[in-house]
Design a protein around this ligand. Structure first.
Ligand SMILES: *Cc1c(COP(=O)(O)O)cnc(C)c1O
Length: 422
């Protein structure tokens, strides 16, 4: 979406003068307001919690804002668990949905009383060993519905080809084993979509999980206390797309809850999400400056950010809206490829895009970069990743991550040792 950028050209120019482009900008007020809409929509359930997928925007300032709005955290690595903890998201508000997990990370999650979400039936034994012969009181399992779930989109792919989760047969066995081992509290998780905009898809996923909860109760005598619907709620990257209606998703899921969960005697059941993209995605932008023009077989505008700052377009061919600050209403009478400086031809933020005329020094805004943006950055080609700025509720600006320096990039090298090396 392109119409929610919070600064006019004068304000953005002042900001760019102070912090220098490229940088990420996040809008605290918009993040809070969105989170409140999300929470309100799901308040029709007896227990609801969103666990922000830390990987989408792993900055403790952002996590603190979300914590204040009642969010938990979804983590998949030790550093993400540590970031959540230092941001004040603790205990059972943290779900550890990892895969191929080292024993030391399970141990950390256990010692911090986080919910451990197991990705495989063999991980029951592995976890028990990691914890010195016992299991936690609470365990969740990640379910992979295989060919039961149709219509999954391309980022996640077909469930039967995905490396995640337990099969239908395994999941019943897994709960039975854990019950025998004395585990007291149980959750059920799945994640079968990414960037999906159709509310019906999530209602269908909830139905699948609810029916499985009823079956687990009947066949294993295990009462599931929460279902975790994963992430995957999409955002409208393209101008013709419409934002997903949280109320429609919540009402649809509530319908299935009343149809399946209540008669099965499983009410109250906690409804959890672990969304990243819809929580911060539309409220973060990559701000860059146009630095070069090329007129060859196509018209190119090169900006001072590159794919190392935002790799979704290069990696997935993902669409991000691009606007030029101060030229929001100017005619889009030029066609450009907007590119970065990486030695890879996929380093293009926009391809054959109709835009207003871009002059050197213009501030170019890349939209919907607040999730899976800075987080997916890298240092290939010796690129130094840019910093992050949070626009506070009162309109002030706080640098919440500085840009990288050459010293950062070289920090893991033994530069003294190399002098004597031959
Ligand atoms: C990536 C991921 C999420 C978040 O996905 P979004 O598309 O950002 O909502 C949630 N859970 C798991 C297990 C993930 O891998």
């Amino acid at each position: 979406m392109s119409d929610n950028f919070p600064l006019n050209n004068k304000e953005l120019s002042q900001l760019a003068e102070k912090f220098h482009t490229p940088f990420y900008l996040y809008d605290e007020k918009a993040i809070r307001e969105n989170m409140r809409r999300f929470t309100k929509a799901f308040s029709i359930f007896p227990e609801f919690r969103e666990h922000f997928a830390v990987k989408a925007c792993p900055n403790p300032y952002i996590l603190k804002v979300l914590q204040e709005e009642g969010c938990g955290a979804d983590c998949s690595s030790l550093p993400e668990l540590m970031l959540s903890d230092m941001s004040g998201i603790k205990g059972k508000h943290v779900i550890f949905t990892s895969n191929e997990t080292p024993a030391s990370e399970y141990k950390y999650a256990y010692e911090h009383d986080n919910i451990i979400n197991l990705d495989d039936i063999t991980h029951i034994e592995f976890l028990k060993d990691a914890l010195g012969g016992k299991l936690p009181e609470t365990i969740c399992f990640r379910y992979n519905p295989g060919n039961e779930k149709q219509g999954c989109n391309s980022i996640i792919g077909k469930p039967e080809e995905a490396k995640y989760g337990l099969t239908r047969a395994q999941i019943l066995e897994a709960y039975s084993i854990c019950k025998k081992e004395g585990v007291k509290h149980f959750g059920l998780h799945t994640m079968v979509a990414s960037n999906e905009l159709n509310p019906a898809f999530f209602v269908d996923t909830a139905k699948l999980l609810f029916e499985l909860c009823a079956e687990i109760k009947e066949k294993c005598g295990v009462r599931i206390e929460f279902v975790d619907l994963g992430g995957g709620l999409g955002i409208p990257y393209k101008p013709e797309q419409k934002a997903i209606d949280y109320d429609e998703v919540a009402r649809g899921i509530r319908g299935e809850y009343d149809r399946v969960i209540v008669p099965a005697g499983l009410d109250p059941l906690g409804i959890y999400w672990e969304c990243g993209r819809p929580i911060t995605g539309p409220y973060g932008w990559l701000v860059t400056t146009a630095v070069h023009h090329k007129h060859i077989y196509r018209e190119y505008v090169a900006v001072d950010a590159c794919m190392a700052d935002l790799m979704r377009p290069g990696m997935y061919g993902a669409y991000h809206e691009v606007t030029v600050s101060g030229k929001e209403n100017a005619p889009k009478d030029h066609v450009y490829d907007v590119v970065g400086s990486l030695c890879e031809n996929c380093d293009k933020f926009a391809v054959q895009r109709s835009l207003p005329e871009i002059k050197r020094g213009d501030l170019v805004i890349i939209h919907d970069a607040g999730a899976h943006g800075r987080a997916m950055g890298f240092n290939y080609n010796g690129k130094l990743r840019c910093g992050e700025i949070l626009m506070r509720n009162d309109g002030s600006f706080k640098e919440i991550r500085r840009r990288e320096t050459v010293e950062d990039l070289f920090a893991t090298l033994d530069l003294d040792g190399v002098k004597d090396f031959n």
